[in-house]
Structures are given as structure tokens and as C-alpha cells.
Design a protein around this ligand. Structure first.
Ligand code: MN
Length: 445
């Protein structure tokens, strides 16, 4: 099971890659997340890599060293591709074999000649440009934070913000896979244009989005998946989750709120979604699992959404932070302003419940499909994962601590930076790195 602890979780383990042992490092030897990369501005093929400290182990190079064998070698060869779909399809036995083999190669007590050979496979992360972890066939975005649902619902239905289905099933919409990008330094997208209906107006107006927002989310990639007509039971759901990322579901609120009644989000959400480059495995997250619970008085999940393993450790305590970097920050060389901080543990539904719900009607999930968790908002106002919540629909703009600027919604040139990490006494820090993107001015309407 992905939640069982083993020697790769030993908080005392150190790597011979010195930067992996630095306090606060996102990528110590206990993490070992995978990404698709090549050297920036090079013609090198994209291929898989594993983060260790500030370095990347080039898995295409490693596959040719003869240092690995068996399932680990098979898994490494599957990573020597421009996308990780083939690796995701192999399943948890191979994922574990590669993780454990990389742990042995990178541990400080590895033989000297092993270190020398692995050293030839290292690329500095500062030299890397990242590709999408997988060819994403389908992307689905859930809506599983009860705090987010109530905060947003109140803006529209103040007396009855929560829809009757929310506490009974993890609700979602089918998103757009073609516009998913890696949220890395230098990435920007154009402010979308579309229709919006202003309050009290007689007809909608067409133009650039006036209420552009981010959504702090996590995402996860599907592993082997299931045949059409064969649901994935909740007890097996974790075997179908290849790993987790940070996800920003950029949202055009004015377009979204006009168009989504009655069929749900369309252009308000389909112009761009960003994910962090590094895919963190469930095995790496095992020390941070928490019991799934329901507040007293809330309905218990129906049996197909319930189970012993989910009750024991279905939730995950991932700390999440949103920072905003604006042109004014850059002019005065100020650090980005922190505007929200929360944890993934507050979600009402778990990732295993999302997989079970997605497939219960027989829908087939494919290796590399991306599932978003929905905005992660915690119980207090400062823990809201979107500006529409933080600024109460724009009526109470957020003040940025570094510059004193105010934001109801995003302005051109603003960069949103999502960060995620797990940390506690007795366990190694497991970081997700960053997911960042910049709003570029509308091309004109
Ligand atoms: Mn969303």
C-alpha cells in the first residue's frame, strides 16, 4: 500500500548530492519526484528526470548506465520518453521499484563508483525547461472544498450557499486538456476575452476579462486506469494515482458566472490551466496521511465512497501557499506578497473518493489523465484559495504587504506563485516546488 512506511521515509537518510540535505529543501532523498525536462534553449529531446536537491537525475541517461535491473530498469526506460504516460501505466510495483533504486543510488553510503556514474547523469535544475509530465487525454476538475463551496455560494445564494449534492458526492466538471501548461518561470498567458453580463445591464458585453482569478488546487495523474464499464473501487483507487502536483485553475469570473448556468464552466475556465513540473508520488507522501473524517451531523459517505483505508489515511496534510508578484514588486525588488495559506487536509472529499466517483458509472480513466481537486480553501478567511473569496467578490480588495497595492482581481503583469510542502517532526520535508504563471495583456478585442 502507498501508505506503508519503509526505509525510503527514514528522516535521517542523507544524499551525497549535498543540496538535497539543506534545511527547507523541497527535494530531499525521501521525495524523489519525477518531471519531463530538457536543458533550456537546447534541441535535446524531452525526457524524464528525478529531482534530488537542486539537481535532476536524467533518467534517459541513467537507463543506459547498467546501474539498474528488473522492474526498476523497466520503469527507468519508460521514463526515458518525452512523456510519462508509459511509466504511469506500469503501476505501483514499478513506481516503487524505481523509487527504491534511486534512493539506493543517491544515498550517501552508495559505493564511490556508483556515485561517479550517477554524477554523469546530473543536470542542474537552474538549466532546465520543463514539459508537461504526460500527454493529458482528459482533464477533470472536482469541487471538493466545503469552505470554498460555501464562500463562493454565498456570493450568489447568501441564504443557501451549499448545493444539496455537495455532502453526498464529490462533484466535478469535465475540463479542457489542450490548454494545460507547465507553470514555470517565464510562462505567461493572454487575458481572455468573452461575454459578461454586468449587474443591471440589459445585455451582455464582449471584451477582455475584468475579473481574472486564480484557483489554488492540487492535481493528480492517473496510473493504469480502468476499462470502460469497470469501475475502480475505492479500496483500489490509490493504485491508480501516479502522483500529485500543484494546479492553478485560472478563472475568468465575469465570463464564468454568466455562462455556467445551467451547464457549468466553459470559456471561463478553458483558456489556461497550469501544473507544477514535479510529480510527487503517493509513496513519498505516506508520512503525511491523515484519517478521513466527517463533522458531527454531516451525512456519512455512501458505501461505494467509504472504506477502511480511506477512513484510516485518506486525507493528506499538504501545506499550501499563494504569493503574488506584481510589476510594482519587481520595480522595488520586493519579495512576492503572501496572500493565502492553507492545507489540503481540509478537503471534504479525498483523492480516493474522487477516483471512485469518477469511474462508478463505468467511465474509463487512462494513464496520464489529470484530475484536479478543486480550489483548496480552509476554514478561516485567510485560508481561501481564490481572489473572488479573499476579496469578497472584489468588494474588499486584498492589500499586498510588500507594496501596499490592492487587488480585487488580477491585473496585467501579475504573477501568481503556488507553493506546496509537507513538514512535521520526525519526517523529512516533502516539497512540490512551485507552480507559477503571469497574466499578459489582452491582445485586444
Ligand atoms: Mn477549479
Amino acid at each position: 500500500m502507498a501508505s506503508t512506511l519503509n526505509h525510503t521515509h527514514d528522516a535521517a537518510a542523507r544524499s551525497w548530492v549535498a543540496s538535497a540535505n539543506a534545511p527547507g529543501c523541497d527535494f530531499p532523498i525521501q521525495n524523489l519526484p519525477l518531471a519531463i525536462f530538457h536543458r533550456a534553449d537546447s534541441n535535446e529531446p524531452l525526457r524524464g528526470g528525478c529531482a534530488i536537491g537542486e539537481q535532476i537525475v536524467d533518467l534517459a541517461a541513467l537507463a543506459g548506465t547498467g546501474l539498474l535491473a528488473g522492474d526498476a530498469q523497466t520503469a527507468c526506460e519508460a521514463c526515458a520518453q518525452p512523456a510519462l504516460n508509459g511509466y504511469f501505466a506500469l503501476g505501483s510495483r514499478h513506481w516503487r521499484a524505481l523509487r527504491h533504486a534511486l534512493f539506493d543510488l543517491l544515498r550517501d553510503n552508495a559505493p564511490a563508483d556508483t556515485k561517479d556514474r550517477v554524477r554523469t547523469c546530473l543536470v542542474a535544475q537552474s538549466d532546465a525547461h520543463y514539459g508537461l509530465p504526460a500527454r493529458i487525454g482528459d482533464y477533470t476538475d472536482f469541487y471538493t472544498s466545503i469552505h470554498h463551496a460555501i464562500n463562493v455560494g454565498k456570493l450568489i445564494f447568501p441564504d443557501n450557499p451549499l448545493t444539496p449534492n455537495f455532502q453526498w458526492l464529490p462533484i466535478a466538471y469535465h475540463g479542457r486538456a489542450s490548454s494545460v501548461r507547465v507553470g514555470q518561470p517565464g510562462f505567461g498567458f493572454t487575458r481572455p476575452s468573452g461575454q459578461a453580463m454586468a449587474p443591471g445591464a440589459a445585455q451582455p458585453a464582449y471584451g477582455p476579462c475584468a475579473r481574472l482569478d486564480f484557483e489554488l488546487e492540487m492535481g493528480f495523474f492517473i496510473g493504469p486506469g480502468n476499462p470502460l464499464g469497470t469501475p475502480i473501487p475505492i479500496a483500489q483507487a490509490q493504485e491508480h494515482i501516479a502522483g500529485m502536483v500543484l494546479l492553478n485553475d485560472w478563472s475568468a469570473r465575469d465570463h464564468q458566472f454568466w455562462e455556467m448556468n445551467p451547464l457549468g464552466p466553459f470559456l471561463g475556465k478553458n483558456f489556461c490551466t497550469t501544473v507544477s513540473p514535479w510529480v510527487v508520488s503517493l509513496e513519498a507522501l505516506a508520512p503525511y496521511r491523515l484519517p478521513f473524517t466527517r463533522p458531527a451531523g454531516d451525512p456519512q459517505p455512501l458505501p461505494y465512497l467509504d472504506g477502511e483505508a480511506n477512513r484510516a489515511g485518506g486525507s493528506i496534510d499538504v501545506q499550501l501557499q499563494v504569493r503574488l508578484d506584481t510589476p510594482a514588486h519587481r520595480e522595488c525588488a520586493a519579495q512576492p506578497s503572501a496572500i493565502a495559506r492553507t492545507s489540503f487536509r481540509h478537503q471534504y472529499w479525498t483523492i480516493a473518493q474522487m477516483v471512485a466517483q469518477h469511474t462508478v458509472g463505468g467511465c474509463d480513466l487512462q494513464p496520464g489523465d489529470l484530475l484536479g481537486t478543486g480550489t483548496v480553501s480552509g476554514p478561516t478567511p485567510q485560508e481561501a484559495g481564490a481572489l473572488v473569496e479573499l476579496s469578497k467578490g472584489g468588494r474588499a480588495p486584498v492589500t499586498l504587504d510588500a507594496t501596499g497595492e490592492q487587488r480585487g482581481f488580477l491585473e496585467d503583469g501579475d504573477t501568481v506563485i503556488l507553493r506546496g510542502w509537507c513538514e512535521k517532526d520526525g519526517a523529512a520535508r516533502i516539497g512540490f516546488g512551485e507552480c507559477r504563471g503571469t497574466v499578459l495583456a489582452s491582445q485586444g478585442s
